[in-house]
Ligand binder design. Structure first.
Ligand code: FES
Length: 105
């Protein structure tokens, strides 16, 4: 998947409000737009991986439709949230996850 953020002025419908939001990802603020998924905010911000698989390999969006569970994050303390399905809300606290870590604990 190629991340691409369509700017408001380039939007074909031309009526998008683009309400800015800010989420915190692993302690760092990340800007987004209301209506984006958490994965959308991360991809638009240039981050392509935010989880580690069992071998430590980086994971991010694979299917983008909620099927593969590669994009799991912790949101506001809730583990295993699919970033591609969860709409980002202003003030969300997102923490990346690692299966390596989970298997050790
Ligand atoms: S990218 Fe497949 S479930 Fe989110």
């Amino acid at each position: 998947m190629t991340p691409r953020f369509v700017r408001r002025e380039d939007d074909a419908a031309g009526r998008r409000p683009d309400t800015p939001i800010e989420i915190t990802v692993d302690g760092a603020p990340v800007a987004g737009v209301a209506g984006q998924t958490i994965a959308g905010v991360l991809l638009a911000g240039g981050r392509h991986a935010w989880r580690q698989g069992p071998t430590g390999a980086p994971r991010g969006v694979f299917c983008g439709i909620g099927v593969c569970f590669d994009c799991l994050v912790t949101v506001n303390g809730d583990r295993d949230v699919r970033a591609c399905r969860r709409r980002a809300l202003d003030g969300d606290i997102v923490v990346s996850q690692s299966r390596v870590e989970a298997e050790e604990s």
